[in-house]
Ligand binder design. Structure first.
Ligand code: NDP
Length: 435
């Protein structure tokens, strides 16, 4: 705490992991003797830089850029970039810390990192976003490389931003190094199913949880928070598997639709027009939807909850409300969306709870598949990539469940994910000496 003042989200993420590791270090005391945990609390490298750019009015704007290269024992640093006004060092460190264990769970050769800026793309023109991205990459490029550090998207960074970032990287380095960024467009090195991967993967994982407990997603009412990249494709997969998504949201409020969310309309509003979710209720045919400004989406009755927006969006009160409605599965599509208080409520109520580092690992896993395609100058079909994603999510589920059982804690997905991810990283660190 003294070493990282004011980094509340980072403290929260570290505490969440460390408080579960007791049984692991008891079984492997050399992790303590070799001070693996202390080493993991310190990122390998942290880069903070100025991002000056000019807006459409000719005014100079200044933002702050970050890249936390957290751990590279399992592979090059890998993790997304977030553009949101709330981004500060503690945000990037929390996300980078989570990313190490998530990436380890995929079983693919990727280390953990995260980055971003306090730049807000909302309301900015394409030209402004491009100038910002070019300035951001003009500093960041020297730290990247397909064997060093490979960023992707996150909140506020989608295909448009990755395009501008990749264009500037290519221009500065004079190299078509496709494997340096993931989430690229299909015509220039992107992978089919990457856009869908985090949302689809989250639902594959929730489906595995349900199956394992003798439940199903079919015919169940589901609430998905957010209406960005993860939420949209989670809604798509839930619907495909026979569930009914009754509500989604953005930071302005939420929409409830008794007829089930019309995903084409959400995509048009969010992906094409970049408008607010309130527009959905105005345009929904048949008038089955209503918009609730500001309120909590977790007030909407459901049986399965998929928080897919942002950190700490589901607190203790919301968790009590969900339990009161009889929710039996909560799976985190977003990173750390549930507060520690909410986790306690779910645990006490016996709700099946899937933590983000397992549930949303399909995004980064498919990014690693994009890197494989780039390295072999290949391009796979949608079905092939999607099948690999489903298999990876199945394997992560198996790994988490087996680890929890091995430690005598069946059904504890939080413990299973933390213990399994940590052990993989710690063993690699020990094998490489004091690094
Ligand atoms: P997007 O920017 O595409 O969408 C984010 C969504 O969450 C938007 O609907 C946004 O609404 C909403 N949101 C953001 N902040 C808030 C807030 N404070 N309160 C309420 N709603 C909010 O991001 P992604 O879908 O890519 O990311 C969502 C989550 O998933 C994040 O936690 C991210 O770290 C995690 N994740 C993403 C991966 C990916 O592949 N994209 C991979 C793994 C995890 P608004 O537009 O109003 O801001």
């Amino acid at each position: 705490l003294r070493r990282n003042p004011g980094e509340h989200e980072f403290h929260q993420a570290v505490e969440e992991v460390l408080t579960t590791l007791g049984p692991v270090v008891k079984r492997h005391p050399h992790y303590l003797a070799e001070r693996v945990i202390e080493r993991l609390c310190e990122p390998e490298r942290q880069i903070i830089f100025r991002v000056p750019w000019t807006d459409d009015a000719g005014q100079v704007q200044i933002n702050r850029g970050f890249r936390v290269e957290y751990s590279s024992v399992l592979g090059p640093f890998k993790g997304g970039l977030r553009f949101h006004p709330s981004v500060m060092l503690g945000t990037v460190k929390f996300l980078g810390f989570e990313q190490i264990f998530k990436n380890a769970l995929t079983g693919l050769p990727i280390g953990g990192g995260k980055g971003g800026s306090d730049f807000d793309p909302k309301g900015r023109s394409d030209a402004e976003v491009m100038r910002f991205c070019q300035s951001f990459m003009t500093e960041l490029y020297r730290h990247l490389g397909e064997y060093t550090d490979v960023p992707a998207g996150d909140i506020g960074v989608g295909g448009r931003e990755i395009g501008y970032l990749f264009g500037q990287y290519k221009r500065i380095t004079n190299r078509y190094e496709a494997g340096v960024l993931t989430g690229k467009g299909l015509a220039w090195g992107g992978s089919r199913a990457r856009k869908e991967a985090t949302g689809y993967g989250a639902v594959y994982f929730a489906n595995e949880m349900a199956r394992h407990a003798g439940l199903t997603l079919e015919g169940r009412d589901v609430v998905v928070s957010g209406s960005g990249n993860v939420a949209i494709y989670a809604i798509e997969k839930v619907t495909e598997l026979g569930g009914r998504v009754v509500a989604c949201s953005d930071s302005s409020g939420y929409v409830v639709d008794e007829g089930g969310i019309d995903l084409d309309l959400v995509k048009d509003i969010k992906e094409v027009r970049r408008e607010r979710i309130g527009q959905y209720a105005k345009e929904r045919r048949g008038g089955s939807a209503r918009f609730v400004e500001r309120g909590s989406i977790w007030d909407v009755p459901c049986e399965i909850a998929l928080p897919c927006a942002t950190q700490n969006e589901l607190d203790e009160d919301a968790a009590h409300t969900l339990v009161g409605h009889g929710v039996d599965i909560v799976a985190e599509g977003a990173n750390m969306p549930c507060t520690p208080g909410a986790l306690r409520v779910f645990k006490e109520a016996g709700v099946l709870f899937g933590p983000g580092k397992a549930v949303n690992a399909g995004g980064v896993a498919t990014s690693a598949l994009e890197m494989q395609q780039n390295a072999s100058r290949d391009s796979w079909t949608f079905d092939y990539t999607d099948n690999r994603l489903a298999a990876i999510m199945h394997n992560i589920h198996e790994r988490v469940v087996t680890t929890a059982e091995d430690y005598g804690r069946p059904g504890d997905y939080v413990f299973g994910a933390n213990a399994s991810g940590f052990t993989a990283v710690a063993d690699a660190m020990l094998a490489m000496g004091v690094i």
